[in-house]
Design a protein around this ligand. Structure first.
Ligand code: T3D
Length: 275
């Protein structure tokens, strides 16, 4: 059978494709484990300078696979009524987050290279928040984002509460998460939830061009920029100034700054290599 995750390489870009199209690329524990291992591998590989994540088929990812035996409630086949004695134990859901979603979200956010998500179709639940955890999110016109959690009695996970309040503010975060309505990609771009929305036929090439462009840039500076932006949410203004100064003083001695400045002054293209 096809692997639930396809991994390929184009130049310095590592491409991860969620590949369970029959289930809209919903996350099983198997798929979640494979994505984490693939991100670990990309993080360790000096030949990787950007990661591009996308999905196969008509969806990006429908979030947690609700038929996964770890969490599936037992219900009567004809009436659909839940058997109260055979509900999944709360600890199984907690375990799923502790063992899969939390490490995955942390891995994604601390990648030593920039990450791009090409959202090729609907991104629901943890699938939406996994996408939004990437550095640059580019979506097809027909794609959409759904915070599906409230519809099934859960809270947003995979970083959704943290990400959404910061990306679009409290009012819009509440609108998305309480109602669970579909937000079309064009509106997601207007809201500032994602970087770009492009015609469906252009998504793959535009996303790859973006990832290739990032891969040619000074990786360490990009990653430390992400870190400083994230840290700023918790810092006073002066603390952010001092963090910038600390990072700048390290980067100022690194190869990439010397190369970048020399290339600028001698009017030639730079060759960055720090990671
Ligand atoms: O305990 C925990 O769960 C902890 C972790 C939580 C993290 C989460 O992500 S919770 C949120 C889980 N996701 C959802 O609730 C979304 C469920 N899916 C949908 O609402 C819809 O499928 C979509 C809006 C994403 C797409 O709608 P549509 O009409 O385009 O497609 P569809 O017909 O609903 O789905 C197509 C097939 O995929 C269908 O299977 P079938 O009938 O053809 O055999 C459907 O059951 C399956 N599918 C879609 N989403 C999931 C799924 N199967 C398992 N799990 C899914 N999440």
């Amino acid at each position: 059978p096809d692997s639930p995750l396809l991994v390929s390489q184009e130049g310095a870009v590592r491409v991860l494709t969620l590949n369970r199209p029959q289930a809209l690329n919903a996350f099983t524990t198997g798929l979640l484990g494979q994505v984490r291992i693939a991100l670990d591998d990309a993080a360790k590989d000096a030949g990787v300078r950007a990661v591009l994540i996308t999905g196969s088929g008509r969806a990006f990812c429908a979030g947690q696979d609700l038929s996964d035996p770890h969490i599936k409630p037992e219900f009567e086949a004809t009436s659909g009524e839940v058997d109260p004695h055979r509900r999944p134990k709360a600890k199984d859901i907690g375990n799923l987050l502790d063992h899969y979603y939390i490490p995955l979200a942390l891995r994604l956010r601390s990648m030593p290279v920039p990450t791009v998500c090409a959202v090729n179709g609907v991104a629901a639940g943890a699938g939406a928040n996994f996408a939004l955890g990437c550095d640059l999110v580019i979506a097809a016109q027909s794609a959409s984002f759904i915070q599906a959690f409230s519809k099934i009695g859960l809270v947003p996970d995979c970083g959704g509460t943290w990400l959404l309040t910061r990306l679009v503010g409290r009012a819009r975060a509440l609108q998305l998460t309480l109602l669970g309505d579909k937000l079309p990609a064009a509106e997601a771009q207007q809201w500032g939830l994602i970087a770009r929305c492009v015609p469906d036929a252009e998504l793959a090439s535009e996303a790859m061009a973006l990832a290739q462009r990032l891969a040619k840039m000074p990786t360490r500076a990009l990653v430390q920029t992400r870190e400083a932006l994230d840290a700023s949410m918790e810092l006073e203004f002066e603390e952010s100034l001092r963090l910038e100064a600390r990072l700048q003083s390290q980067l100022g001695y690194a190869h990439d700054y010397l190369e970048g400045a020399a290339a600028f002054l001698t009017k030639r293209p730079p060759q960055f290599k720090d990671r």
